[in-house]
Design a binder for this molecule. Structure first.
Ligand SMILES: [Zn+2]
Length: 405
């Protein structure tokens, strides 16, 4: 176990350091941490503190702000000692100073550990974590959670189902045995708090970097398209590329209620699942598009009615593309010549990888949208908003096309 834990720690620390460098620009870094996540809490180098030590070894840490972590002072007693041992410059602060330090621009990134992570990416950690996450979100700095895979419990849907331990009043009304409040003072003393996934930039484990904010954004855009009636039931799928990886909606999930727990991490250009539930059956089409276009940052596939009707008519007429002319909205596709738009139409093979193979072979990058006969539409672009806008544009265009033909 010791050897395994050490390997896990070192993998996590290296991954956390890389992730933080990808999320920040200032060098060297000013990092805020909470509680103790070092060798005293884990083994070897620890989790979040392991990542900090790794960054310090690379010469990239200017200073650390360590919260003392009331009421049991793990930050003061343990983290301060570990940072001293490691020779990393730091200052200890009272917990309530942390959020204001973030607001004052004194912190580039918050790195914390976790006691439990739920299926949707909510994070339970030492009380005081939540206020740091709110402050980081408000100031637009990354909030990174570093924890082993064993902390992730997919049997818990979200943070509201985590039972928080309430601890003894003596921890609050006395300090090292000396009373600091009137005897019998009633106390609220939760050991942990829960940070919701939309405040978490990324969760880093020994195996993966799980981007929470992009996952939440993907789910939010999916819910919006569902409300428009374009992702009826569990239909459709959306993805965003993050480096060599992509987040994509899971198979068979209701798009109207999509959350971070319904988003899968895959390899962008192959669609091979890295972690999370089973990815959408149409992942291979997304992968074909990412492979064809290195600049593509997001793909949206939906079943809006007018575009699907135009695709069905084209298929019935034996056409492999549809030409749209003159409409102003063609400009929405950012094409070189907006006077005409030839949108390719693909056969709706029941074998999805066969559609993906045809897409990969035929697309030339001139038009960032395609139709699938009797099925729907797929659009892509540098961002999720642009890909979604293009689905809106092709739907509007097909509606006009049907009204004028
Ligand atoms: Zn579909």
């Amino acid at each position: 176990m010791l050897e395994e834990d050490e390997q896990t720690n070192r993998a996590m620390a290296a991954r956390a350091a890389d992730a933080v460098l990808g999320l920040t620009s200032r060098r060297p870094l000013r990092i805020l941490t909470h509680c103790n996540t070092g060798a005293l809490a884990a083994v070897a180098v620890g989790t979040a503190l392991g990542g900090i030590k790794e960054l310090a070894e690379r010469g990239l840490v200017e200073s650390v702000l360590a919260g003392e972590t009331r009421p049991l002072l793990q930050g003061a007693r343990l983290t301060a000692w570990e940072l001293t041992q490691a020779g990393i410059p730091f200052r200890l602060c009272v917990d309530s100073a942390g959020p204001a330090a973030i607001a004052a621009g004194l912190v580039d990134v918050v790195m914390v550990g976790a006691d439990r992570i739920t299926a949707n990416g909510d994070v339970a950690n030492k009380v005081g974590t939540y206020s740091l996450a709110v402050a980081a979100h408000r100031s637009g700095i990354p909030f990174v959670v570093v924890a082993p895979e064993s902390t992730v419990d997919v049997s818990i849907a979200d943070g509201s189902q985590i039972v928080i331990e309430q601890r003894h009043a003596d921890e609050v009304i006395a300090f090292h045995g000396h009373p600091v409040a009137p005897a019998e003072t009633p106390v609220f003393n939760p050991a942990f708090d829960v940070t919701p996934n939309d405040l978490v930039t990324a969760i880093v484990t020994e195996d993966r970097v799980w981007p929470q904010r992009p996952a939440g954004h993907l789910a939010e855009v999916a819910r919006g398209l569902y409300q428009r009636g374009w992702l009826d039931g569990t239909a459709g799928n959306l993805s965003v590329r993050i480096g060599a990886q992509a987040l994509i909606t899971a198979s068979g999930r209701s798009k109207g209620e999509l959350t971070n727990a319904d988003v899968v991490l895959v390899e962008a250009e192959t669609g091979v699942r890295i972690s999370g539930p089973k990815p959408s059956a149409e992942t291979s089409i997304h992968a074909a598009i990412y492979q064809a276009f290195p600049d593509c940052g997001a793909v949206v596939h939906a079943h809006p009615p007018y575009a699907t009707a135009v695709a069905a008519k084209a298929m019935a007429a034996g056409q492999d593309s549809v030409r749209f002319t003159d409409f102003e909205i063609i400009k929405g596709f950012g094409v070189a010549d907006p006077s005409a738009l030839d949108v390719p139409v693909f056969t709706n093979w029941s074998d999805v990888p066969r559609i993906a193979a045809e897409v990969g072979k035929r697309l030339d990058g001139s038009v960032p949208v395609l139709l699938i006969g009797h099925h729907g539409v797929t659009a892509w672009g540098p961002t999720l908003e642009i890909a979604r806008n293009r689905v809106e544009c092709i739907e509007a265009l097909c509606r006009l096309h049907l009204l004028t033909n």
